[in-house]
Design a protein around this ligand. Structure first.
Ligand code: NAD
Ligand code: MG
Length: 302
């Protein structure tokens, strides 16, 4: 990256040119995709995120924490003082291992808990394993997601529909259900919806409809858990530069133009959304629950 694109969240600068703008090269890879195969490689805050002790003593599980938005949240949480566990698929171990090297190399804690969230029994086990590894659980970030672009409903198989719903909706339900009995007052659940949960694209029929479901689930669960002192909020990203997109989440011609349509004219980098996940996990957001925070490059969610 050139100096004009220095990935620094603390220096005042023009957000339009802070990070790479389209056009981007075509770069197909198989789902779920790996960070190292992306061009340009995304910024997760490796060089820039500064911790201020905002999460000292917190214990957090992040699904999809190997790459993209979840990876940036994991780096931020660890640097804010939290002990972190991540879930991901076995094939993503290169991304997970490099994150572990980074976080533990700077004195943080990262537990690796791989496995497939489309399996209910695994989701339940994951919550137990995370609690054991971390010595409890205060923050649950439900972030894993599946997105497969198809031009027509005719091309969406029942298998794809099922996988998308299992990953994005059922796993959210299974994880939250398993975690709730163990969450103390002050704990936080953070879901990950999308601009697609407000403005669905034609080519993301199944995915977009899961993102609408996540918004409803987040708001209803927040009402339920208020009486336990547990807050539930969601994050709605716009276009973010992560492996989800080139690995079948978008057709390659849309990768070339990725992010061009939003007012800021470029995709977000994962580093630019990490602080939203920190904010929603801490007492700084103690009066916020049932809310969805848009981080969209200016694309209105309403
Ligand atoms: P990403 O590919 O880096 O992360 C998604 C993760 O989901 C993968 O790393 C993988 O570990 C996990 N995953 C997928 N299927 C799984 C399964 N069956 N079991 C366990 N883990 C599984 O991409 P990302 O963009 O960082 O995605 C994170 C979240 O952000 C997703 O919910 C996605 O829908 C959402 N989102 C992304 C964008 C974007 O433009 N990148 C926009 C809006 C919302
Ligand atoms: Mg990944």
């Amino acid at each position: 990256m050139s100096d004009a694109q220095t990935p620094n969240q603390y220096t005042m600068q023009d957000p339009r040119t802070q990070y790479p703008r389209p056009p981007f090269p075509r770069q197909p890879q198989d789902a779920p995709g790996l960070t190292t195969k992306m061009d340009p490689v995304p910024d997760h805050g490796e060089e820039s995120y500064r911790g201020f002790g905002r999460m000292e003593g917190r214990r957090a599980l992040i699904t999809g924490g190997d790459s993209g938005i979840g990876r940036a949240a994991a780096i931020a949480y660890a640097r804010e003082g939290a002990a972190v566990a991540i879930n991901y698929l076995d094939v993503e171990s290169p991304d997970a291992e490099s994150l572990k090297d980074l976080i533990e190399g700077e004195g943080g804690t990262l537990h690796l808990l791989p496995g497939d969230l489309t399996d209910e029994a695994f989701c339940t086990t994951l919550i137990d394993d995370a609690r054991e590894a971390l010595g409890g659980l205060d923050v649950l970030v439900i972030n894993a997601g599946k997105q497969t672009s198809q031009e027509s409903i005719r091309d969406i198989t029942t298998e794809q529909f099922d996988q998308t719903y299992k990953t994005n909706v059922y796993a959210m339900f299974w994880l939250a259900k398993a975690a709730v009995p163990h969450l103390e007052p002050g704990s936080a659940i953070i879901t990950t919806t999308s601009i697609q949960g407000y403005k669905p694209s034609a080519n993301l029929l199944d995915y977009a409809s899961t993102k609408y479901a996540i918004i409803g689930f987040t708001k209803a669960l927040a009402k339920q858990l208020a009486e336990d002192g547990v807050r539930v909020n969601g994050v709605a990203p716009g276009p973010f530069w992560t492996p989800l997109q080139p690995s079948g989440g978008q057709p390659q011609d849309k990768i070339e133009e990725f992010g061009k349509q939003v007012p800021l004219g470029r995709p977000g980098q994962p580093a630019e959304i990490a602080s939203t996940y920190v904010f929603l996990a801490t007492q700084e957001s103690g009066y916020i629950t049932g809310e969805i925070v848009g981080v969209t490059g200016g694309d209105p969610t309403m």
